[in-house]
Ligand binder design. Structure first.
Ligand SMILES: Nc1ncnc2c1ncn2[C@@H]1O[C@H](COP(=O)(O)OP(=O)(O)OP(=O)(O)O)[C@@H](O)[C@H]1O
Length: 265
């Protein structure tokens, strides 16, 4: 479904953020991208939908290669890739409903997008999604009246209303408390499972990644150091990715109330 071939990003500063990344993901797989600060996680996610232009290499979404698409082709391809951001990227003065519907902007025509008039089918779908994430009663609230967790739920609905094949998720829980973080990760993973949707989730919290995803990719200095199931993330592997630390504490698992329930080997 997604295939990266020898993907390289060298910024103008000379920073080589990605060094020939090869990665393949099947449909419906949820993958966590971990690694130390500066490893290239955000760059990798952003090179896929070309918010950052790759220096070389290929990005295949099914049978479409994205790196050479011109503006209109790229706009069409981006409909297939929903993005969820750390800081939510909502329009503060708009309502929850308007923010969700803005996920349809890639589909409606230019004039419609200016007046923000959406087809009834989009409005119906927005209500369904808000109901699914527990925000139906908040549809008319302004985005700036919401808590962080509620904002992220709006961000999730906005990404899903695009009806994407792939979710690109950039540190979705970095601004949230631990309990809300787990709820948001669980919600994202449940929604992916319900919809057969693939996702790449850039996440700092290793324990959280281990709890919810099927596959973990560890980046270090712009290269893949680890690619495997969460249970294979041993302290030794974590040391390879992050350097020396006491990993036993980090990979302890906790439940929704913050109680430790199981320690990884
Ligand atoms: N716009 C930019 N211009 C120049 N260098 C950049 C730019 N963005 C990122 N970099 C560099 O590219 C490398 C990878 O950065 P990136 O933000 O992708 O890492 P990351 O793993 O997402 O880090 P973090 O977890 O701290 O967000 C770093 O060395 C960073 O300094």
């Amino acid at each position: 479904m997604l295939k990266l071939k020898k993907l390289v990003k060298t910024y103008r500063t000379g920073d080589q953020a990605l060094k020939a990344i090869d990665l393949e993901m099947p449909e419906g797989q949820v993958l966590a991208l971990i690694g130390p600060s500066g490893a290239g996680k955000s760059t990798l996610i952003r090179c896929i939908n070309r918010l950052v232009e790759p220096t070389s290499g290929e990005v295949w979404l099914d049978d479409l290669e994205l790196t050479h698409l011109k503006a209109s082709g790229l706009r069409r391809a981006r409909r297939e890739m929903g993005m969820i951001f750390q800081e939510y990227a909502l329009v503060e003065r708009l309502t929850v409903m308007e923010n969700v519907l803005s996920g349809r902007l890639g589909y409606v025509g230019f004039w419609r997008s200016l007046t923000r008039r959406y087809p009834q089918s989009d409005v119906d779908e927005a209500f369904r999604l808000l109901d699914r994430v527990g925000l139906l009663a908040m549809a008319d609230k302004r985005a700036d009246e919401l808590s962080g967790g509620q904002r992220q739920r709006v961000g999730i609905c906005r990404a899903l209303i695009q009806n994407p094949k792939l979710l690109l998720v950039d540190e979705p829980t970095a601004s949230l408390d631990p309990k809300t973080s787990r709820q948001i990760m669980r919600l994202i993973c449940e929604l992916c499972a319900e919809r057969g949707l693939a996702a790449i989730i850039n996440i700092h919290d290793v324990a959280l990644a281990q709890m919810f995803v099927q596959r973990v990719v560890g980046l270090r200095f712009g290269a893949i150091e680890f690619d495997g199931p969460p249970e294979a993330l041993t302290p030794d592997v974590l040391t390879t990715i992050y350097g020396e630390e006491d990993w036993e504490a980090t990979i302890k698992k906790v439940d929704d109330d913050g109680n430790e329930i199981e320690a990884a080997e």
